[in-house]
Design a protein around this ligand. Structure first.
Ligand code: PEP
Length: 252
C-alpha cells in the first residue's frame, strides 16, 4: 500500500504577519518541481488569509492549528471549520500536545473537534503522544491506544480513513530529544495494529502516520527511511525556510 509522505509545518503562535508571508513564499519555492510528497503549513489563525493568498494555485496545503466542533454560535475564542475552509485551509491539526497539556483538552473534546472537521470536509491530523512519566511507567501502549480509540470514537471506516495520525511523544516536542527511528517504528506499527483491530487491515495500511518531536534536517532521512513513518509534523525546524526545505527534500 503506498502512502504519500506528508511534511507538515506547525508554526504555532510564532512569526509576525510579514514573516509568515515570507516563509510561505519560501515554502512555495522549496516545493517547485517536488513530486511524490505533500507539504502543509499551519500558521496562526490570523495569518491564514494572507498565507492562503501566497499558496493559492500551488500544491502547498494549508491547515488550522485547531477548530471548534460547531459550525457557528456562542463559542467565544473559537474558530469554526467553515471559517477555516472559507479562508483557504483544507486540513486541521487536532489534539496537539500543547492543546492537551497547556489547555487541558481531553480525548472526548478532541473527538468532538475531529468529527466536526470531518463533517466540514477538512482533513484532521490527530496528534497522540505519551509523557515521559507515562513512558517510564511502561504505560505507553495503553496511553496511545486510549488516545487513538477515544479520538476516533464514533467514526465509521470511511471517516477513519480520512484521518492522518501524528505520533508526537510529549518529551520530544521542542526539547531537541527525538524518538529514535526504532522507537518510532515500534509505536507506528502498534498504532496500525490498533487500527486493524478496531477497523480493518486495509484501512490500517492506508492511514498515514506522521512522526513529530524535534524533527530536523539531521534526523529526517533516518526517520523517513522507516517504512511505517509516513511523514513528519515539524515545529521549530519548520520556522526556518532552509531547515524546512531540507526536511521537505528528505532522501527517499
Ligand atoms: C510540534 O509542535 O508538533 C513539534 C513536533 O514541535 P518540534 O518539532 O519543535 O519538536
Amino acid at each position: 500500500m503506498s502512502r504519500t509522505p506528508l511534511l507538515a509545518g506547525n508554526w504555532k503562535m510564532n512569526l509576525a504577519l510579514d514573516e509568515a508571508v515570507q516563509l510561505a513564499a519560501a515554502v512555495v519555492e522549496s516545493c517547485r518541481g517536488l513530486a511524490g510528497r505533500e507539504v502543509m503549513v499551519a500558521p496562526a489563525f490570523l495569518h491564514i488569509p494572507a498565507v492562503a493568498r501566497v499558496l493559492q494555485g500551488t500544491s502547498v496545503l494549508l491547515a488550522g492549528q485547531n477548530m471548534c466542533w460547531e459550525k457557528r454560535g456562542a463559542f467565544t475564542g473559537e474558530v469554526s471549520g467553515p471559517m477555516l475552509k472559507e479562508a483557504g485551509a483544507s486540513m486541521v491539526i487536532l489534539g496537539h500536545s500543547e492543546r492537551r497539556h497547556v489547555f487541558g483538552e481531553d480525548d472526548e473534546l478532541i473527538n468532538r473537534r475531529l468529527r466536526g472537521a470531518l463533517a466540514c470536509d477538512l482533513t484532521p491530523i490527530l496528534c497522540l503522544g505519551e509523557t515521559l512519566e507515562e513512558r517510564e511507567a511502561d504505560q505507553i501502549f495503553e496511553v496511545l491506544e486510549g488516545q487513538l480509540l477515544r479520538g476516533l470514537g464514533g467514526l465509521d471506516p470511511e471517516e477513519a480513513n480520512r484521518v492522518v495520525l501524528a505520533y508526537e511523544p510529549v518529551w520530544a516536542i521542542g526539547t531537541g530529544r527525538t524518538a529514535g527511528p526504532e522507537q518510532a517504528r515500534e509505536v507506528h506499527a502498534f498504532l496500525r495494529s490498533v487500527l486493524a483491530d478496531r477497523f480493518e487491515k486495509t484501512l490500517a495500511e492506508s492511514v498515514r502516520i506522521l512522526y513529530g518531536g524535534s524533527v530536523n534536517p539531521e534526523n529526517i532521512d533516518s526517520l523517513m527511511a522507516e517504512p511505517d513513518i509516513d511523514g513528519a509534523l515539524v515545529g521549530g525546524a519548520a520556522l526556518k525556510s532552509e531547515s524546512f526545505d531540507r526536511i521537505i527534500h528528505f532522501a527517499s
